[in-house]
Design a protein around this ligand. Structure first.
Ligand code: MN
Length: 236
């Protein structure tokens, strides 16, 4: 028997109302999945097939209901953006999953934020370089507890919003997604073998924007617990 020379922690998200956690394998994210947001990012939503990127699983910051978690302003950005998103958590996977079987893979749902160093993302995009540094940084994926779909049903419609210091900035309906969660799973499963523990951040509606140190964000999806974060200075 060989032995690991040290242990590495695995990200895990609490399951709402239980003492269980959901272990995280990968975080997939879809880009430009609400038409108005695609337009504000400078693309034509009607002609674009879905595209995906990943965040590292240890970018997760678990935020419990009722708390306002401190969220460190990340390094090397001057334009730090929120993107409120529905998160689907998979406990089954596969390859080439048909759309009508895709939701069988979803264990539950959570509210998440696809936090973005927008200036670094734009710089890399403009230079035709990969934009991981804009998306895949430490604490870049705040997420609330997962509500099992067995209790809540599947989230296909309902209000999704984000406020900063009490002012609503993003507000839309999950039904406005261009590609549904089932379609995202089906498409992703053509690109990758999906597995239990995978998360899918399903895209953000329009009106993304910046936060600065001292701001408090509240992300909401009807039927899920609110996610509340205060931006703080990073540890020196
Ligand atoms: Mn996003």
């Amino acid at each position: 028997m060989t032995k690991q020379i040290f242990e590495v922690a695995r990200a895990a998200i609490p399951v709402a109302g239980t003492d269980q956690t959901f272990p995280v394998r990968r975080i997939y994210c879809i880009g430009r999945n609400y038409a108005a947001h695609a337009r504000e990012m400078g693309s034509d939503p009607t002609r674009e097939p879905p595209f995906f990127f990943q965040k590292p699983s240890d970018a997760i910051q678990v935020v419990m209901p009722g708390e306002t978690a401190e969220h460190p302003y990340p390094s090397l950005t001057k334009n730090y953006h929120y993107e409120v998103e529905l998160v689907a958590a998979l406990n089954k996977g596969g390859r080439n999953i048909p759309v009508d079987k895709a939701l069988d893979c979803v264990y539950g749902y959570a509210v998440g934020l696809d936090m973005t160093r927008r200036d670094l993302q734009s710089e890399m995009k403009d230079g035709k370089k990969p934009w991981d540094i804009g998306k895949g940084f430490d604490n870049g994926a705040p997420v609330g507890p997962i509500l099992p779909a067995a209790k809540s049903g599947h989230f296909k419609a309902g209000e999704i919003s984000l406020s900063v210091n009490g002012t609503v900035k993003q507000k839309a309906d999950l039904a406005d997604m261009i590609w549904s969660v089932a379609e995202q799973i089906s498409r992703l499963s053509q690109l990758f073998e999906l597995k239990a523990g995978d998360l899918i951040m399903s895209g953000t509606p329009e009106n993304v924007g910046p936060v600065i140190v001292g701001d408090t964000m509240v992300a909401r999806i009807a039927g899920l617990p609110d996610l509340s974060l205060k931006i703080v200075k990073p540890a020196a």
